[in-house]
Design a protein around this ligand. Structure first.
Ligand code: NAD
Ligand code: MG
Length: 395
């Protein structure tokens, strides 16, 4: 029996995780569930999964959570609130595994805490690695944590690498090929991208996901964040990471070896597959995912990514070459840019503009040696981006 905390339980990954867990009540027990805002959904999840703790991110909403748990007859669920509570439920001695599925930089501290505490960390929150890849990998090593990537591409690569994977050169790995669907605007003319709406941007052709990552997929920033994520997870320099646009999203990524072999992991685009893999590793369990029907898919296509139309991907590579706090700054700018785009304050093509200007103005002022430096870099980038928006965005 594995006891598990789910950070970001009310989101897209959280809901899929609970779906897989519910299929295996003999294997998994839920210790804690967290959410931000969607209290009713969190309470419903508590009724179904009976955790010991329910955590709401905003301390202001603790009373509401308590009331609603009480009304639902769930007085045995202890309600908690705030960032410290997220760290607390990620490090409880009885917890074996933590699903890190909060979106954005807000997920970093509890994820880091779980790594330090030596948990099995199911890592969906890619922003943790983008912001603090070096510190996080170090914390996981020292804490004795088991890291299982949940992002479908990284999960695929993990499955295609030799196990245990220790060193690319020694184990004959030449490079990894990260696949990208290309998002809803693949093949669109540059000019058409000027007035795309949030509704169009969040409508991903293959995956159903939260709003932030959906916009990131449309701008290719998501692939950029994933390149940075891969750099840390697999300790590979950016030259050994190639992005391949593959519109069907059937191959979730590949590993190329020195002898010319290329190993790929395939499956239907359903996050329950990587989630089930992470939960059960090194075993395999049913995820509720339909088998892949290759006859229906019939063909698989591959294209080069277009960096001129989707500059966010190039910015991510640039941030890796610059090193230091550049990826953290890029990530912070992008969080502000995506929120402003969803609020219709800026256009789609302003996202890379704001990201680039912020990175160039802020990144070189900070190093990545400490959490303090990275947190200050993150905040400085957000302040710069807010000022940029006040000047250039609609109010
Ligand atoms: P989502 O928006 O659907 O859910 C986010 C969750 O985080 C929710 O439970 C929300 O309540 C919580 N949250 C939001 N802001 C918070 C805050 N400030 N403090 C605490 N909790 C907060 O997002 P998602 O699509 O489930 O993505 C979650 C993470 O997984 C992201 O980092 C994303 O990049 C990554 N990921 C998602 C997918 C996917 O298919 N959805 C695939 C790969 C990676
Ligand atoms: Mg992904």
């Amino acid at each position: 029996m594995q006891t598990i905390t789910i950070l970001g339980a009310t989101g897209s990954i959280g809901v899929s995780t609970l779906d897989v867990i519910a299929r295996h009540p003999d294997r998994y027990r839920v210790a804690a569930l967290s959410g931000n805002g969607q209290i009713d959904r969190l309470v419903e999840q508590c009724a179904r999964h009976r955790p010991q703790f329910a955590v709401v991110a905003e301390p202001m909403r603790l009373a509401e959570l308590k009331d609603k748990l009480h009304s639902a007859g769930l007085d045995d669920v202890t309600s908690l609130a705030g960032p410290e509570a997220l760290e607390q439920v990620s490090t409880l001695p009885e917890v074996d595994a933590v699903m890190a599925a909060i979106v954005g930089a807000a997920g970093m501290r509890p994820t880091l805490a779980a790594a330090r505490a030596g948990k099995r960390v199911l890592l969906a929150n890619k922003e943790t690695l983008v912001m603090a890849g070096h510190l996080f990998m170090d914390a996981a090593r020292r804490g004795g944590a088991t890291l299982l990537p949940i992002d479908s591409e990284h999960n695929a690569i993990y499955q295609c690498l030799p196990q245990p994977f220790t060193d690319a050169a020694e184990q004959g790995v030449r490079r990894i090929l990260l696949t990208a669907s290309g998002g809803p605007f693949r093949g669109w003319e540059r000019e058409r991208l000027v007035d795309v709406t949030p509704e169009q941007a969040v409508k991903h052709p293959n995956w159903s996901m939260g709003r932030k990552i959906s916009v990131d997929s449309a701008s290719l920033m998501n692939k950029g964040l994933e390149v940075i994520e891969a750099r840390w997870l697999f300790d590979l320099p950016p030259e050994r990471i190639t992005v391949v646009v593959h519109p069907q999203s059937v191959i979730h990524s590949m590993v190329e070896y020195m002898d010319g072999s290329v190993l790929a992991q395939l499956g239907n685009p359903d996050m329950r597959t990587p989630i089930a893999y992470g939960l059960a590793w090194p075993e395999r369990i049913d995820a509720g995912v339909a088998p892949l029907d290759l006859f229906q898919i019939a063909r698989l296509d591959f294209e080069q990514p277009d960096l001129a139309r989707f500059p966010c991907l190039a910015l991510a590579f640039e941030s890796l070459r610059a090193g230091g706090a550049a990826p953290a700054v890029l990530n912070a700018a992008n969080e502000i840019a995506v929120a402003a785009f969803l609020d219709r304050r800026i256009g789609f093509r302003d996202i890379p503009r704001l990201n680039e200007e912020t990175m160039h103005a802020v990144a070189s002022r900070f190093d990545a040696d400490s959490l303090e430096s990275l947190t200050t870099a993150d905040q400085t980038a957000r302040d710069f981006a807010d000022t940029w928006l006040a000047r250039n965005g609609r109010s």
